[in-house]
Design a protein around this ligand. Structure first.
Ligand SMILES: C[S@@+](CC[C@H](N)C(=O)[O-])C[C@H]1O[C@@H](n2cnc3c(N)ncnc32)[C@H](O)[C@@H]1O
Length: 380
C-alpha cells in the first residue's frame, strides 16, 4: 500500500528518517510530505509513533483530467464501498491548484456528487456529508490536471497529542518542537534546557523522546479506527509493544520562563503528560541562568516581537547573545525565530541555519556552538 505522510516545511528529511526507522519502504521526501510504502500495521504504527508527521493519507486513486466532467467520471470509478457504506458520513477536504477549477469548493462538490451517485445506483441510498465529525475524511488534491484522491487515516492532526490543556499566547506546534529536537541530533544523552519555555512544548516533546513515550499515547482517536477494515486487535498489539518500551529518562530536562503564568501552564502540561519526574519547570529570567554542565543542549524560542516595541525586542535578542556567551560555555544552543532583523543583535556566528515554518510564519532555526576557553563564538 502507498501512503503519504504530511509534515511542515523543513522537516521532510527528519520525517523520512523516522519512517525508515518505523519500517517503511520506498521512502521519498517531497515538498511538505514523505511518500512511503507499507501495510496496515505500518499505517497504525506511523500514526501512533511518528513525532513529525502531521497526518497520514492513503491514496485510493490518481488520474488526469481534461475537464470538470473527468473529475466526476474518475471519482465514480473508485470502489467506494471498500471504504464506507451508504449509511456512513463523509467529508471532503479539497486542495486545488488547477486551471480547471477557479473555485476550490466546486471540485469538492463534484466529487461529493460522484460518491453519492455511486451509492445511490448500487443501494438506492446515499451517504451524507458531515463536515464536523465524518466517518471518512477524503482528501481531494488537484495539481494542474493530476487528481489524487486519498483517505485521511489520522483525521485529527497528529500534532494534537492530547497532553496540552494550557497554552500561552504563542505555543509552538508540537510537530515543529519535536522536529527541531530531532533535527538537532539530541539523543537524550545530554541535559536539555528551554529557558523561554512558554507552555512547555519543547521540554515535553524532549521528555517524550527521552522516555520513549509514543506521541500518540495520549490521543483518544485516529481516523483509521473508523475504517471498515479496522483491526482493533492489531492496533492494541502495536500499542502494547511500544508502551512496553517506555522507560526512565537517562537525563534531566529543564524549562523556565520569565512569566509566572507561563511556568504554571508549563507545569500543568508537564503533569498531564506524566513527565513531572523528568521535566522541571521554574520561573527565571534567561539572563540569570547558567549552564548546568559544559555539554548540554539549549533550545530557545524567544518572542518574535509582535507584542513588543522594536527597541525592547532588540535588547532581548542582545541579552540572549550575551548570556549565551558568558553563561553557557560548552553548550550547543538552537534558536528559532521569525524575526531576522532582531536576530542580528544576538551577535554570534551560527554553525548551521535551517528554514522552517511555524504555522504561516517563515522561521529560521540556528545552531550556535558556545566554545570554552580561547575559541571565540563572537562575530567581531
Ligand atoms: C514564543 S514564546 C515560547 C513559546 C513556547 N515555545 C511554547 O511552545 O509555548 C516566548 C516565551 O519567552 C518568554 N520570555 C520573554 N523574555 C524572557 C526572558 N528574558 N527570560 C525568560 N523568558 C522570557 C515569554 O514569557 C514567552 O513565554
Amino acid at each position: 500500500m502507498k501512503f503519504v505522510a504530511k509534515t511542515l516545511y523543513g522537516l521532510e528529511k527528519v520525517l523520512a528518517e523516522e519512517l525508515v526507522g518505523l519500517g517503511a519502504a520506498d521512502v521519498q521526501a517531497v515538498n511538505r510530505a514523505v511518500l512511503f510504502k507499507g501495510d496496515k500495521e505500518l499505517l497504525y504504527r506511523v500514526n501512533y509513533c511518528s513525532r513529525t508527521a502531521l497526518s497520514v493519507l492513503m491514496p485510493v486513486a490518481d488520474f488526469r483530467i481534461k475537464s470538470k466532467d473527468d473529475l466526476y467520471n474518475g471519482g465514480s470509478k473508485i470502489e467506494w464501498d471498500r471504504f464506507m457504506d451508504a449509511d456512513d458520513t463523509f467529508s471532503i477536504v479539497p486542495v486545488i491548484n488547477s486551471p480547471h477549477f477557479g473555485h476550490t469548493g466546486y471540485a469538492g462538490l463534484i466529487l461529493k456528487d460522484a460518491i453519492a451517485d455511486y451509492f445511490r445506483k448500487k443501494t438506492g441510498r446515499r451517504p451524507s456529508v458531515d463536515a464536523g465529525d465524518p466517518r471518512i475524511l477524503i482528501n481531494l488534491h488537484i495539481s494542474n490536471d493530476l487528481v489524487t484522491i486519498s483517505i485521511d487515516s489520522s483525521v485529527v492532526p497528529l500534532f494534537k497529542r492530547g497532553y496540552r490543556q494550557e497554552q500561552t499566547v504563542a505555543p509552538l506546534n508540537e510537530v515543529l518542537a519535536a522536529g527541531i529536537i530531532l533535527l538537532s541530533g539530541w539523543k537524550a544523552s545530554a541535559t536539555l534546557t528551554d529557558p523561554m519555555c512558554g507552555s512547555g512544548t519543547i521540554p515535553i516533546e524532549a521528555g517524550l523522546i527521552a522516555c520513549k513515550i509514543p506521541p500518540g499515547k495520549f490521543r483518544k482517536f485516529f481516523g483509521f479506527q473508523r475504517w471498515k477494515d479496522f483491526d482493533e486487535e492489531l492496533f492494541e498489539k502495536i500499542k502494547r509493544g511500544y508502551d512496553k518500551q517506555i522507560g526512565l529518562s537517562p537525563v534531566k530536562i529543564f524549562g523556565s520562563d520569565i512569566s509566572e503564568q507561563a511556568s504554571l501552564q508549563a507545569k500543568t502540561n508537564v503533569a498531564r503528560s506524566g513527565l513531572s519526574d523528568v521535566v522541571s519547570i521554574k520561573v527565571s529570567d534567561f539572563k540569570d541562568l547558567k549552564a548546568i554542565d559544559n555539554q548540554s543542549f539549549l533550545f530557545l524560542n524567544p518572542p518574535y516581537g509582535q507584542r513588543l516595541q522594536p527597541d525592547e525586542i532588540d535588547l532581548l535578542y542582545r541579552m540572549i547573545g550575551t548570556t549565551l556567551k558568558h553563561n553557557f560555555p560548552g553548550t550547543t544552543a538552537w534558536l528559532i525565530t521569525s524575526n531576522k532583523e532582531s536576530l542580528k543583535n544576538v551577535g554570534l556566528k551560527p554553525k548551521e541555519k535551517h528554514t522552517l515554518f511555524n504555522g504561516a510564519l517563515e522561521c529560521i532555526l540556528l545552531k550556535y556552538e558556545m566554545y570554552q576557553g580561547t575559541k571565540k563564538p563572537m562575530k567581531n
